[in-house]
Design a protein around this ligand. Structure first.
Ligand code: ADP
Ligand code: MG
Length: 284
């Protein structure tokens, strides 16, 4: 185990049985997640993303191969809490993750389960709510909040356990654009200011644009791994596995197909505009 990896996955296979037949949801995955990094995992439905997410914090156990969290083997039943304390999972539907009728009580559940002292719990709840920008809603009722706010409360509940790594399984899938933006902004802040490692599973391509690293899954395997620019410029490859590219990349790709001498290796609107102007100017 390298010191700077929070998760190390080696030859990981996950099988499940249905009506006496065995299926493989994760096939020989090898992956290291660096401490403090921001990784996005993309893949169409059924590619094994959720299964992999649950393998990362021991909720799923490997059929073969290994998952090490901070050097701890997730297959070791005795270390279950130590693994869960380091890697927190956030799911798609915030309504299924909130239980209490008051926001701050909800956020307190995790630290209470860790058996911490009340004074420390209080501090952690306040810090976590501030970290997701929801401190002023601490006395509110969760079901009165918007989807994005509820999901931020769910994230606060995990943060309050002070994990080193957050794994989020399509946390923005049920949110409107405003809620999605709130979550992404929150995750970026937690990553840059608190150094929390983020593994974000999403099917919104724009959410991958500012990641350090993008991993593409298909049929239980990792089929690509690189920076957002490296990944998105392979437009054809992504389309083949049922994924879209950001609209900016799509535009450059269509221009290229129409005979313009232009590459698809930028993502931001500004860079895309610059690229197009450069081509237009050179045509004059
Ligand atoms: P994704 O999150 O990328 O959509 P999943 O990890 O949820 O993919 O699932 C991958 C495949 O494995 C799907 O076809 C899913 O139905 C199947 N699968 C995973 N675990 C089980 C299980 N315990 N029982 C039945 N099917 C499963
Ligand atoms: Mg899934």
């Amino acid at each position: 185990m390298k010191m700077d990896n929070i998760i190390e996955i080696k030859n990981l296979v996950y099988e499940y049985t249905e009506e006496d037949e065995t299926f493989v949801a994760v096939k020989n995955v090898n992956l290291d997640i660096k401490k403090g990094s921001f990784t996005v995992i993309l893949g169409h439905n059924g590619s094994g993303k959720s299964t992999l997410a649950k393998l990362m914090n021991g909720l799923n156990k490997p059929s073969s191969g290994k998952v090490l969290v901070d050097g701890i083997d997730t297959a070791d039943e005795e270390k279950e809490l130590e693994v869960k304390r380091r890697v927190g999972l956030v799911f798609q539907n915030p309504d299924n993750q909130l239980i209490a009728s008051v926001v701050e009580e909800d956020v307190a559940f995790g630290p209470e389960n860790l058996g911490l002292e009340p004074k420390i719990i209080r501090q952690r709840v306040d810090d976590a709510l501030k970290a997701v920008g929801m401190y002023e809603f601490r006395k509110s009722t969760p079901h009165r909040l918007s989807g994005g706010q509820k999901q931020r409360i769910a994230i606060a509940g995990i943060i309050a356990m002070e994990p080193e790594c957050l794994v989020l399984d399509e946390p923005t899938a049920m949110l409107d654009p405003k809620g999605r933006a709130e979550i992404i902004e929150t995750l970026k802040r937690l990553n840059s200011e608190k150094g929390i490692t983020v593994v974000l599973i999403t099917h919104f391509m724009e959410e991958a644009e500012s990641a350090d690293r993008v991993i593409v899954m298909n049929d239980g395997e990792i089929i690509d791994d690189g920076t957002p620019k490296e990944i998105f410029k392979k437009v054809e490859k992504l389309k083949q596995v049922g994924l879209d590219v950001p609209q900016t990349t799509e535009l450059l790709y269509e221009l290229q197909k129409n005979g313009f001498d232009i590459s698809t290796d930028v993502i931001s609107i500004e860079d895309t505009a610059l690229k197009i102007s450069a081509v237009l100017n050179s045509e004059e």
